[in-house]
Write a protein that binds this ligand. Structure first.
Ligand code: CP3
Length: 343
């Protein structure tokens, strides 16, 4: 039997002298080859829905750096689009969606089962990648967690404080919860289809979990994540799941146990020492180099990388950034980080 892949070993709880590594947004605008392929596709969404080109940009950072994992090239906002929302991207600004304002809009969304019609090309991308990735590279599929996806649907765009979503929660909780349920059901079907197509690990991005506190964190970050993981584990018991409740703070403590996640990804609001003490005690963690080091580089990048490897060195760890690499990052700094990790 071939030796198990490094990411899968970490997710199974193994401590490794050299942690496996990949980067959030590793296929992205900081790479000239990504920008060239996106130009060929025409725009970002056309790239997402073109299996050959989406597979190509997924492979680019693997060819350049030899990361231990590739993440499927797609976006968390394809799920609302597959449910019937309009979606477009404004260059230099970000996503725009038709706004979900109240109960009338629930009826405008299609049934969760119908999402595959829109998303079938994404499964085709996964399928191509299972053939084209190096045998030692793990393929990660993903989706947004329901709360984060809902914040974009309700505001129709990204927001600094997720105000519109909080407002709907307060003013019409039944509609708010029905929307979350709908996204949850669609997400289970979407992720299950990614696994059927060949995704070996799943990551759930709850980028705005940090704006939920106390009871609402339990109800809208923990509970939907737990439901998605339970449904996936029932059909695919051997597929590990990484949860990323970004900026959860103390909410990180016990998150793996509360949701059934195999790994919790940490952002930069916590130190690696804190993460080792409070989160890694329960199992694998992922993280958490600040993305700005990919812009600034230098000795600080090397020192910080080594400190993170050391802090998480006594348990299962997947090295990553605390959030996505930014378009102004220097591609050479990625290699500096890898050399600092792998020696
Ligand atoms: O390499 C990878 O990480 C895989 C592909 C991936 C993308 N988006 C591609 C992308 C993944 C995993 C995502 C997740 C995603 N998308 C999240 C969760 C993670 C996070 O960043 O918090 C969110 C919130 C989105 C929604 C989204 N997509 C926003 C807010 C934006 C605009 C902001 C930005 O960075 O431009 C996007 C666009 C997007 N998604 C790009 C990429 C490569 C840039 C689009 C371009 O090429 O112009």
């Amino acid at each position: 039997m071939a030796e198990q892949k490094t990411i899968l070993k970490a997710l199974a709880g193994e401590t490794q002298a050299v942690p496996p590594v990949w980067m959030m947004r590793q296929a992205g605008r900081y790479l000239p080859e990504y920008r060239a392929t996106r130009a060929k596709a025409g725009d970002f969404l056309s790239l997402c829905y073109n299996p050959e080109l989406a597979a190509e940009v997924t492979l680019q950072p693997i060819r350049r750096y030899g990361f231990d994992a590739a993440i499927l090239f797609a976006d968390i906002l394809l799920v609302p689009q597959a449910l019937g929302a309009d979606l477009w991207f404004v260059t230099g600004e970000g996503p725009r969606l038709s706004t979900f304002t109240g109960s009338d809009d629930l009826g405008k969304l299609g049934p969760a089962d119908d999402i595959h019609e829109t998303l079938s090309s994404i499964y085709e991308t996964v399928n191509i990648l299972t053939r084209e990735l190096p045998k030692e590279t793990t393929l990660i599929g993903f989706a947004g967690a329901p709360w984060t996806v809902a914040t974009y649907m309700i505001a129709g765009r990204g927001t600094p404080d997720q105000g519109p979503a909080h407002k709907l929660m307060q003013e019409d909780i039944a509609t708010f919860e029905a929307l979350l349920d709908k996204i949850t059901e669609a997400t289970i079907l979407y992720l299950s289809a990614q696994i059927d197509a060949g995704a070996e690990v799943i990551k759930l991005f709850d980028s705005w979990a940090g704006s939920l506190q106390g009871d609402t964190f339990a109800k809208y970050a923990v509970a939907p994540t737990k439901r998605i993981i339970a449904a996936l584990k029932e059909k695919h018991p051997n597929t590990p799941i990484i949860a990323f409740p970004r900026e959860a703070g103390d909410g990180y403590i016990g998150f793996a146990k509360a949701t059934g996640a195999d790994c919790v990804a940490l952002d930069n609001s916590v130190t690696p020492e804190w993460g080792a003490k409070h989160v890694q005690v329960d199992g694998c963690v992922q993280g958490n180099l600040a993305s700005r080091h990919m812009v600034s580089g230098g000795q600080a990048l090397i020192d910080e990388t080594k400190q993170i490897v050391k802090a998480f060195g006594n348990g299962p760890h997947i090295f990553n950034l605390g959030h996505g690499i930014t378009p102004d990052a220097d591609p050479d700094n990625v290699q500096v980080m890898l050399d600092a990790i792998r020696g």
